[in-house]
Write a protein that binds this ligand. Sequence first.
Ligand SMILES: [Zn+2]
Length: 134
Amino acid sequence: MPRILLYLWPLPVTLLGMLVALLARGSGGAWQRFDGVLEAAGGWPARLLQRGFPFSGAVAAITLGHVVVGVSAAALAATRAHERAHVRQFERWGMLMVVLYPLAGLLAWLRGGHPYRDNWFEREARAAETAVQD
Ligand SMILES: [Zn+2]
């Protein structure tokens, strides 16, 4: 698939990510471009990540299309393999991720699993972490 399509397909989510990245930068955070992805660290969004979300609890980083928002630069480096797997998921599923990710969590829960840990998208991302370490 042409590289531009990989960026266009999840673009609405990437734009949301850019908004969060702007909030990070405007509240003391920093940006860096790494491997075709905008990474934002620190600032106000970092406090939100540390407070956590329902099901997942506190997280070190979150991927929104081609934007990854992290607690810190160190957190971005530590979670890069995992979050890049999520970027590839956004490239594969595009905007549909907004629906598919929570659906996968619901499916995991209906099967008796945990909606975050057993979510198919999280399992795939965790598998990418170990693949890099091997
Ligand atoms: Zn994840």
